[in-house]
Design a protein around this ligand. Structure first.
Ligand code: FUL
Length: 412
């Protein structure tokens, strides 16, 4: 068994982990060019989402039960969704709203209105900006973009630094992280510089099990096995986020692409392997060239949210406790097909090995077992009829503190 050091999260990390579900939103010049990675040469004249209402994207996220929303303010092509002073390659030069629109503003306002946390993705790799090849000049340019975003659109829950295209490239991460900390001290920093959260290592929305919160390494991107070199001072507690697009392998919208929409089974598989393994899930939606999330995608997202709610909002029984044994007694004998356990991570991730037993006709029988519990552990079990469940902690670093031990019957 891997020896894991007992270390504690910050309050901001705990608050972020408690959100479980976020919506990622990829929108930009690519949306109008049927492509994923524009080279930064597409004319801003192409950008005209005539029916865009960012409120529709955000309300959809809210209605599906997601708690935060992260927008690609600038993707690798360099096209900016806000009227930045750093470049003309932005909404300012587009016909949309006669160059007077600001999509980052609209999203920030909609999140405020709907009570969702707002986050920003700003690609370090910039294929348009002529000064990109000049390391110092680009650091200035990027820092200015980041400062605009950090000072005008907060409060922010998360800043997403994508490593793609930046393999082997050096940026002034001290300075970049300094800007986030100065203006958005509570925001999570994703995977680069001095992160507070890490990438899970794939774009399938699945975490390995166990997925310890104290893993101290992560890859930079899908395109190399390079590990990210983090700055000194990076916390030991570094929870993972699983990002995945709702249309298979497509982060941006493409015409005639409905077949790539993930099925409900695929989405539920993702939920069990992300949130169920104790990570956050960041599920991407792609508004189309009208500026609206396509109806089929919207319907699927709502269906997904409703199914999570249906399965997990009415526990048959629920208890908290501490020590090596926590017993959950139900009002009556019932069929059980899901178990959910949470440690109180404010005290660290203490459990290293556990077993769950059900009292079936007076005899205790093992129905599930595992190593990590951490923030959340969800397990679908073969249905069993019982009135009593026991969580037995077999290995632990210190006295286990169980925030929740609950069970469900999804057939009911
Ligand atoms: C990757 C990017 O290359 C994709 O286009 C997308 O933005 C995804 C979230 O991260 O690294």
């Amino acid at each position: 068994m891997e020896k894991v050091k007992l270390t504690l999260p910050t309050e901001d990390q705990i608050a972020w982990q408690n959100l479980d579900l976020g919506v990622f939103c990829h929108f930009g010049i690519n949306t109008f060019c049927d492509q994923e990675w524009g080279e930064g040469k597409d004319s801003p004249q192409l950008f005209n989402p005539k029916e865009l209402v960012a409120g529709q994207w955000v309300k959809l996220a809210k209605d599906a039960g997601f708690k935060y929303f992260i927008l690609t303010a600038k993707h690798h092509d360099g096209f900016c969704l806000w009227p930045t002073a750093t470049t003309d390659y932005s909404v300012k030069s587009s016909p949309w709203k006669d160059g007077k629109g600001d999509i980052v503003r609209e999203c920030a306002d909609a999140c405020q209105k709907e009570g969702l946390h707002f986050g920003i993705y700003l690609s370090p790799w910039d294929r348009h900006e002529p000064c990109y090849s000049d390391i110092e000049a680009y650091d200035d340019f990027y820092s200015q973009q980041l400062t605009e975003l950090m000072t005008q659109y907060g409060p922010l829950i998360e800043v997403w630094f994508d490593g793609a295209g930046s393999e082997g490239r050096k940026y002034n991460w001290e300075r970049i992280v300094g800007i986030v900390k100065q203006y958005q001290p509570n925001a999570m920093i994703f995977n680069m510089g001095q992160p507070t959260i890490r990438w899970v290592g794939n774009e399938d929305g699945v975490a390995p099990y166990p997925c310890w919160n104290t893993e101290s390494a992560a890859k930079i991107s899908m395109f190399s096995n390079e590990k990210v070199a983090w700055l000194p001072g990076t916390p030991d507690w570094l929870p993972a986020e699983c990002d995945v697009p709702i249309r298979k392998n497509h982060w941006f919208w493409h015409p005639n692409d409905e077949d790539s929409l993930l099925s409900m089974d695929e989405l539920m598989h993702i939920y069990y392997h992300s949130v169920g393994h104790g990570t956050n899930l960041l599920l991407n939606i792609s508004p189309d060239d009208r500026g609206l999330v396509p109806e089929v995608d919207a319907k699927r997202l709502l269906e997904f949210g409703a199914e999570i709610k249906r399965r997990f909002s009415n526990p048959l029984g629920k208890i908290s406790g501490s020590g090596n044994e926590v017993v959950l007694e139900l009002e009556k004998e019932t069929s059980i097909d899901h178990i959910l356990i949470m440690e109180d991570i404010a005290f660290g991730e203490r459990v290293r090995k556990f077993e769950i037993e059900a009292n079936v006709d007076g005899k205790w029988a093992s129905i599930a077992a595992g190593t990590a519990i951490g923030h959340k552990f969800i397990k679908q079990v073969t249905p069993v009829k019982a009135r009593e469940l026991k969580l037995r902690i077999l290995e632990t670093v210190e006295n286990p503190i169980i925030r929740e031990f609950s069970c469900f019957n999804s057939e009911e």
